[in-house]
Design a protein around this ligand. Structure first.
Ligand SMILES: [Zn+2]
Ligand SMILES: [Zn+2]
Length: 416
């Protein structure tokens, strides 16, 4: 169900400026923004060095004044440049554009909805009774104790998906086998094998976040879900409705995650909160929920749960959504660009460079111009769903590095 991700819903190279009447700006090459040159594998950032973020915003700001997607700097970092009011205008302009494009997207979706979902609905119609019967059996088994069903749906099933999927990935991370998977590694020669001490410490944090943060939070949210809807309603939602909800949840997550994530890149918050997640410049799957507790609540849990809360969703939708989020988030952190799965290049690049690619889908980054450097890299060319078995690192290789000037298209990080 990877349709949520950018590579499917919004093909990686979709130009959303299609909706803009203004021209796309040509970036001016700053001293740190080189032409695609000798080595496109970007220089790796120092883990947790937030000076990178701050300075790099300034680098992004050295592009020509943006007339389309808006300002790329200062929104949440306080680096507003020489003309704060002009910058503020750019930010609002950018946000208005974001709202307009999202609105247009929803209108188009509504217009073509029936044609998109006609065939799946026919399939669902045939199997819908099957699921309805199973659901009614579960309801009668737990009659009067629907909260148990809720815990199974929001904790147990998504948790099993997460650990089942990451268990397989961890085997590859530790052993490099099977090579069928390890050959798709994005950052070559990294995590071969992954550091066992660092891994153990990360697993402890992930288990802490799941059991001490996520679990109680989901329990607390149950009365709110019952207030806005009926999560254990006898009638299952239709296939159409589940799809509508998944699309809306995805958009809500994209917006909330983008802004909260950028907020955590503010120098003060970065040091105290987000630095932990960025200890992994070459992430692995379970790092998707390796984070400070504050970040886990604000940036991981809330953006995911606000959609279901607002919609008063059925437990079946929430279970599907949470399972998808955990699997897709693990894919985007896993470090392998595997065939037929969403591309992890976007978020992998964020872990490598810190100051690019803050969102999930990439829509908000496109609108705010926080993917300008990424778009000049080979990683961007590889940011597609792989529809074959040749690793993209082979079909779209990085140019050979030149010693002494290992500068990606985005150039060296300022402190280097
Ligand atoms: Zn991450
Ligand atoms: Zn980050």
């Amino acid at each position: 169900m990877s349709f949520q991700k950018k590579g499917i819903l919004f093909p990686a190279h979709t130009d959303l400026n299609f909706f803009s009447s203004r021209a796309r700006p040509e970036p001016v090459r700053s001293p740190v923004m080189r032409s695609p040159g000798p080595a496109s594998r970007p220089t790796q950032a120092e883990p947790g060095d937030n000076k990178v973020s701050l300075q790099s915003y300034s680098d992004t700001a050295t592009t020509k004044p943006r007339t389309t997607a808006g300002c790329t700097c200062g929104l949440l970092t306080g680096t507003l440049g020489n003309n704060p009011s002009a910058e503020k205008g750019h930010i609002w302009d950018s946000m208005r554009r974001t709202a307009l494009i999202l609105g247009l997207g929803l209108l188009l979706l509504a217009a073509f909805w029936n044609s998109i979902t006609w065939y799946p609905q026919r399939f669902w119609g045939a199997s819908g009774d099957f699921w309805q019967t199973r659901w009614e059996t579960l309801l009668s088994t737990f009659e009067g104790n629907e909260w148990i069903l809720y815990i199974i749906g929001v904790v147990l099933v998504p948790g099993l998906c997460f650990w089942g999927f990451n268990g397989l990935l961890l085997m590859v991370d530790r052993t490099g086998k099977p090579t069928f998977i390890s050959r798709y590694r994005i950052q070559l020669d990294k995590n071969e094998p992954v550091d066992p001490v660092k891994l153990r410490q990360s697993i402890r944090t992930v288990i802490f976040n799941q059991s001490v943060i996520s679990f109680p939070m989901l329990v607390i949210l149950y009365p709110f879900l019952k207030w806005t809807g009926d999560p254990c309603c006898r009638e299952l939602p239709t296939f159409h409705w589940i799809l509508v909800e998944l699309v809306l949840f995805t958009l809500v997550q994209e917006i909330l995650f983008y802004y909260s994530h950028r907020l955590f890149h503010h120098p003060k918050l970065f040091k105290k909160v987000h630095k932990k997640h960025h200890e992994w410049t070459t992430p692995i799957g379970l790092i998707s929920i390796y984070a400070d507790p504050i970040e886990h609540v604000v940036s991981n849990m809330l953006p995911v749960m606000v959609g279901p809360l607002a919609m008063g969703s059925h437990l079946s939708s929430i279970t599907v959504w949470l399972s998808l989020v955990l699997i897709v988030s693990s894919i985007t952190h896993c470090g392998y660009h595997l065939p037929f799965l969403p591309s992890p290049e976007f978020h992998d690049y964020h872990h490598l460079k810190f100051n690019q690619c803050y969102g999930v889908l990439g829509v908000m980054d496109h609108l705010h111009g926080t993917d300008v450097m990424f778009k000049q890299t080979k990683a961007y060319e590889r940011h597609v769903i792989l529809l074959g078995f040749t690793p993209l690192s082979e079909s779209i290789p990085d140019p050979p590095k030149k010693t002494g000037s290992a500068l990606g298209p985005s150039g060296p990080l300022p402190h280097q």
